[in-house]
Design a protein around this ligand. Sequence first.
Ligand SMILES: *Cc1c(COP(=O)(O)O)cnc(C)c1O
Length: 373
Amino acid sequence: MATNLRIPGPTPVPPSVMDAMRREMIPHRGPDFKTLYLDTLRMAREAHRTDGDVLTWPASGSAGWEVAVVNLFSPGDPVLATICGDFGERFSRVATIFGLDVRELVVPWGQAVTPELLRNALARDPDVKGVFLTHNETSTGVTNPLPELAAIVREHGALVVVDSVSGVGGLPLEMDAWGVDFVLSGSQKAWMCPPGLLICAVGPRAWDAVARSAFPTFYWDLTANRRLAADGMTPTTPSLTLLYGFHTALERILDQGLEAVWDHHRRLGEFTRRGVTDLGLELFADPVYASNTVTGIMLPIDHSAKAIVKAVRDKFGVEIGAGQGKMADAMLRIGHMGWCDEAALQDTLDAIGSVLRARGFVPTRATVMASTS
Ligand SMILES: *Cc1c(COP(=O)(O)O)cnc(C)c1O
C-alpha cells in the first residue's frame, strides 16, 4: 500500500522533481552549475514576487530564524515576536538565545495575529527594530493577515521578518508589493521538494540592516552568500540534488502560474475544512484565518491524537500529523500543500472518520447541524 503522506511537511514529491534529482553530480564551480543556480534563483524571486535577492543554504527551515537574527540585528536590539503557535514560539526563542531584547505578542492558539493586536503591541513597544511574523502557523492551521500586518510594521518603521515555511509556494505572498523585508522557507513544505534546502528572500531595507549588524557570522553570512550568488555560486558546497529538484519544482509552479497554484490551495483548504465539519469534527483555527496549506482538527477530549495517527497509519496507510507543543495529543493536522489533490484528501478524511467511529465517536447534533447549515 503506497503511503498517502498528509503530514504538514515533508510533503509528497512529484515524479518530475524526483526524476530531476537523479542527475549526476557536477562541479559546483563549473558552468552547468552556474546556469542551474542563476536560473533557480531567478524563478525563486518570481515565486516570492520580489526583485530583491533569494539565497539558499543546505539546511532545514529552522536555520532561517538564525539567519534572520544574526544578520538583521545586533545583540540587545529590541524586536517584537508575534506568537500564535509553536513555530512563532520557536522563532522568539532563537532571538532570545542570541541576546535580542525580545518583546512578545502572544495570541491564543487557533487565533490569528490581527492588525488591531499588532497596532496595540507596537504602541506599547514603539522602539522595536523588527517584527517577526509567522505567515502560516503550521502548528495550528492559521494564516495570519500578512499584507495588513506588514503594512502596519512598515508604517512603524520596523523590519518585516516573515517565517513563511508553510506559506510561500502555496499561499499568496507578494513580497515587494506587501513591503516584506525578509522571508524564510524550507524546501519540504509547499515547495514539494525533500527537506534540506533553506530559502531566504532579502529586500533592500533588510540589506541596510545587514550592513549595521554587529553579530559575527560565518556559515549564515548573508553578504557572502549574496556576493557568490551574483556569480551563480554558493559559499560552500551546495545541496546539488536538492537544487536539481527545486529548479524543477519552481518550473512546475511557474508553468502552472502562481495565481493558479494559490487558487488550487484555496480549493484544497475549503475541501478539507468542509470534509472535517462533515465528519462532525471541529476545526481548530478561527474560520476567518483558516489556512489553505494545513488544517488543524480539534479532537473530542476523550480521544488521543497519537493513537488516532497510529490507527490511521496502520489501517489505511495514511500519514496525518498529531499536534505540536502543548496540543501534541489534543489535535490532528492534515497537510494539503504542494503536490496534493482532492482524492488524496478524501481518502484521508475517510480514514479519520472510520478510525474515530470505530473508537465510538458520535458527532453531536450541534456539530452535524453546524456542518450542514
Ligand atoms: C516546518 C516549519 C518550520 C521548521 O522547518 P524545519 O525545516 O523543520 O526546520 C518553521 N516554521 C514553520 C512555520 C514551519 O511550518
